[in-house]
Each structure stands twice: as C-alpha cells, then as structure tokens.
Design a protein around this ligand. Sequence first.
Ligand SMILES: Nc1nc2c(ncn2[C@@H]2O[C@H](COP(=O)(O)OP(=O)(O)OP(=O)(O)O)[C@@H](O)[C@H]2O)c(=O)[nH]1
Length: 382
Amino acid sequence: MSIQYDVEQLSDSYGVADSFPKDFGYGEEEADIEDSPAPSDSKPRILLMGLRRSGKSSIQKVVFHKMSPNETLFLESTNKIYKDDISSSSFVNFQIWDFPGQVDFFDPTFDYEMIFRGTGALIFVIDAQDDYVEALGRLHLTVSRAYRVNPDINFEVFIHKVDGLSDDHKIETQRDIHQRANDDLADASLEKLHLSFYLTSIYDHSIFEAFSKVVQKLIPQLPTLENLLNIFISNSGIEKAFLFDVVSKIYIATDSSPVDMQSYELCCDMIDVVIDVSCIYGLREDGSGSAYDKESMAIIKLNNTTVLYLKEVTKFLALVCILREESFERKGLIDYNFHCFRKAIHEVFEVGVSSQRPVSSQAVGSPCNKAVAMNGTPRNTV
Ligand SMILES: Nc1nc2c(ncn2[C@@H]2O[C@H](COP(=O)(O)OP(=O)(O)OP(=O)(O)O)[C@@H](O)[C@H]2O)c(=O)[nH]1
C-alpha cells in the first residue's frame, strides 16, 4: 500500500508528554487496600476487577501506557490496588483502579462502600480461555454488592483473551456467559441490574473499542458531540469521523453511522504513524517540543482512493476522518467546516468545565460523580 504522507508543523510545546514515551507519564499511585482515601480519590473512577491472571493489569498497561501486548507476559501479579490517575495526559479525567485478583475485597477491613460510591464504571474481566464458572460466581457477588451501594454504576463485562478462540467459539462463549450471568441476577431478583458484554483481546483493537464504549457512557456531552460530528461529516462529504483521545486511542465519540472495526483500526494506526513521525522529525534539535500540538495535522492518501485526515481539536483530542479522494478536492470547505466544528467543541467543554466545577466539590458518592469529569479546553488555549 502506498502512503503519501504530509505532516504540517509538528512542534511547539503542547503538554502531551514531550515525545510520547512509552509510559505517558501518567501518575501511578500504589496503595495498600487499607489506605484511607486521599483527596485525589474523589475523582470518578473505573474499577478493573476479575479473577487472578484474567488480564486486568495487561488491559490497563496496553490501553493507557502503550505497553506492547507481548510484554504483558512478564507482568507480575498485582498484590495491591493500583490507582492510575490518567487525567494529566488524557481527555478523560478519571482514575483506573486495578484490583489484585486474589484479594478478598469483601474483607471487613476493606471499605468497599467508599470504593463503589465514587465509581462510574465497574469492568469485570473474565478469562475466556479458562473455565469461567468461578469467574461467574465472583462476577455475581461483585456486581450485586456494588449495585446495592451504588445503582448508578455502569457494569461492563469484558470476555477477555478471545484471541485464542475461533469465531464460532467466541459467539458461543459470549452467549453462554450472558445467559448464565443474567440467570444468576434473575434468581437474586436483580433484573434491573444491566450488564454489558464485550469480546476483548489485547492483541487487536477490540480492547480499545470496548474501553471507548465504557468511557463514552460516562461522557455527559456525548449526544452533543455526536450531533456535531454528524453535521460536520454531512456538510463535508466525509464518510466516517472519530474524535480520539490521542494518548489512549480511545474514541470518545463518532458520527452515528455504524462503526466497522477496520475503519477504527485504520484511524488508530494513523494516530500511531503521526505521533511516531512527529517524535522523529517534529521535535526541535535539542529534543524539546511536543509530538502533538495545536498545529498537528496530517493527510494520508491510500492507493485505494481513500484519504485519512487528522487534525488537532484540543490538547488531548484529535479528529480523524475517512473520506474519498473526490471529496477531498473540496479541502477548503472541509477546513472551514472543521474550524467551525473545533470552535463548537471548545465551547461544549468550556461550558462542561465551568458547570462541573461546583459538582466536583460535592461529596463522593453523589449521583453526579458517575459522570467522568472532562479535561476540557482551558480558556487560554482557545
Ligand atoms: N492470549 C491473551 N493473553 C492475555 C490477554 N490479556 C492478558 N493476557 C495474559 O494474561 C496473563 C495475566 O495477565 P495480568 O494482566 O497479569 O492479569 P491480572 O488479572 O492483572 O492478574 P493479577 O494481577 O494476578 O490479578 C499475562 O500473561 C498476559 O500476557 C489477551 O487478551 N490475550
């Protein structure tokens, strides 16, 4: 495949870790489970739970710390809760708590009520390559306890490591897990508790897609973002557009046409290419500058008449579009529409930030805590 590549101006500091090192410099805290909550604990959180070796730490490392999937083979078992605060580099202002599989978190010394009260989403990871009967028991125990403390939590089940399964086996496993988990809930009269299921693997883009959906549910502005994307693409002759959190490659919104995995993968790959090329050629001679900044934009023309178009939207967000070569002839129109789109996004998050400020000072556990606070665009960058 021939790739025509055109990166315009990729320098000047822009905050997102100088040259995108492997670990984006997200603050990582380690805490004993008996720890009393620190002030940062008031941030909305996403919990990663599941049996030992189900793949929780691998998911966190691959999605948020750019670890390559093969390296996860050498991850040691987690024996404390890892609190990963990704808000300094990511659009999404939340903490991810990775729980050690073997710890009994219903231990009386362990304040699970405090934990569940400030939780936006609970991701339960099930190893699909293993016998999952025990995992289903633990899933039921976990979600039923959490639901009683905080019924607003989104319960997400990752049927994980599906790379080892055939397509038929994947569908059958998902059907079986879905059926059994919901039967257990019905037996406990918890029909209102809704579980969402995803087939995931760190060896392809499915884990990023699943995480995208988990995060999207926590974004209060999602309908507005989708609307803006719909208006933008329909007026610009664009086929598909994603609004990406650049560091994690989670898409926080897309237009309302269906997402096909290939388009998503193509756009993820484009972000990787842009950042890698920028790291090599976009930094100043002394190594200063940033791989992603206000001027970041790239156009990749594929030899099948498809054009990929990336542009910076905010400090953390990029718009990545897929369009036909014919439509790209009206680049001026696209650029103008993009300018209006970018302005609208900034306005949405300025409103979001100012209206969220008082909320963040509320007690942990208020219903408003379910929504993830956004790292919106600070006024002075507009
Ligand atoms: N095939 C496959 N293996 C995976 C996948 N995700 C994780 N693994 C492997 O699963 C093993 C356990 O992963 P960890 O991330 O340490 O699991 P954990 O749930 O954090 O384990 P504890 O810390 O003991 O609770 C590692 O060897 C990973 O390489 C996946 O998607 N596919």
